[in-house]
Design a protein around this ligand. Structure first.
Ligand code: PMP
Length: 359
């Protein structure tokens, strides 16, 4: 029996082959007699899993020399604090781009630790587009520029990488691994795992070694990147099972042809869903076409009184979790890596049928 398609924005679908492999290995990983969740994080079995996962992630990202990969906890939300605590000390100032709900949260947190300069904000336009490079009013002394390449709630994505002389820091929670990225353009990248990477509880940080300087005084040990970098992310007990599942996802991605192959599939999925929305007067997406997210597709129905009917009918058709974020309403289809193209086709077919019968 096939499973339903789950359009949750995260925790999100995991690839079925990954879940099956985890199921097979649940009671006995590789002849060890242990479930991975039962292993000492310092034992040779888990160390081999951890090292393989990091190697595979480095290969997928084509990571240049000089970057450290950290497997942390605390979600992207902890990074909202860890970034200024670790990276703002050089000048005490940082530039931020305000492009949606998640960058707003990052900005609010950064205010606790450094002088924040908002170099661009699309809030007056209700976050329907990414600002252009020409609109970025970058400051001279910023220790870094922080931005959110994909805003998960508004479905807004930057179609370019901002140019800046300061190190570029990106919250890639809902975009990392969805296509190739030019890591060399970034000083630091972070992502909560629960969208494209694995289960919640794991946070990936990729940081350029020369940025691992002095954190602000008073920074707790667990919030100090150097501590985690120096201990191979094993200063304390890491999220071992999530790390293992992420490793299985990395292998699944490599088998699919890496991020090039994944990016092609994701582009196709997004294009056909937006085409279906734009081709109908019953559904609408407010985002300017050039800034539309490949990962999170919000849409509204012409008659919001039909929202509950739409969601109930979708659920019956095996299409789950399409309700939009409570702050914006309407619908949202998150179509991360693990969402098969057939799931997007099924959603498009359901939308057409709903419009035909109810529209
Ligand atoms: N940033 C972005 C872009 C996100 O989508 C999310 C989660 N939806 C977060 C940050 C917060 O992540 P976490 O819940 O892992 O703290």
């Amino acid at each position: 029996m096939s499973r339903p398609y789950n359009f949750s924005a995260g925790p999100a679908m995991l690839p079925e082959p990954v879940l099956r492999q985890a199921q097979e290995e649940m009671l006995d990983w590789n002849g060890s007699g242990m479930c991975v969740a039962e292993m000492s994080h310092r034992g040779k079995e888990f160390m081999s899993i951890a090292e393989q996962a990091e190697r595979d992630l480095r290969e997928l990202l084509a990571l240049p020399e000089g970057y450290r990969v950290l497997f942390l906890q605390g979600g992207a939300s902890s990074q909202f604090a860890m970034v200024p605590m670790n990276l703002s000390g050089r000048t005490g100032k940082a530039d931020y781009l305000n492009t949606g709900s998640w960058s707003k949260k990052a900005i609010a947190e950064a205010h606790r630790f450094c002088a924040v300069h908002v170099a661009a904000s699309t809030q007056p336009e209700r976050f329907v587009r990414a600002p252009t490079q020409a609109e970025l009013a970058l400051s001279e002394e910023a220790a870094y520029l922080h931005y959110t390449p994909n805003e998960t709630i508004e479905g807004v994505e930057f179609p370019y990488i901002p140019e800046t002389s300061a190190p570029l820091v990106a919250d890639m929670s809902s975009t990392l691994l969805s296509r190739p990225i030019d890591v060399a353009r970034y000083g630091m990248i972070y992502a909560g795992a629960q969208k494209n990477i694995g289960p919640a509880g794991l946070t990936i940080v990729v940081v350029r070694e020369d940025l691992l300087g002095e954190p602000l005084s008073g920074t707790p040990t667990m919030f100090d990147y150097r501590v985690h970098a120096d201990s191979g992310s094993m200063y304390n007990t890491p999220p071992t099972y999530a790390w293992y599942l992420a490793g299985l996802v990395f292998q699944w991605l490599k088998d699919l042809g890496g991020l090039e192959g994944m990016g092609e599939i994701n582009r196709r999925k997004a294009e056909k869903l937006y085409a279906a929305i734009d081709g109908s007067s019953f559904y609408a997406n407010p985002v300017e076409p050039a800034s539309r997210s490949w990962m999170n597709v919000p849409f509204t129905l012409a008659n919001p009184e039909l929202d509950a009917d739409f969601l109930a009918g979708a659920k019956d058709a095996g299409l789950l979790t399409l309700k939009g974020h409570r702050s914006v309403g309407g619908m949202r289809a998150s179509i991360y890596n693990a969402m098969p193209e057939a799931g997007v086709d099924a959603l498009i077919a359901f939308m057409a049928e709903f419009e035909r019968t109810k529209g």
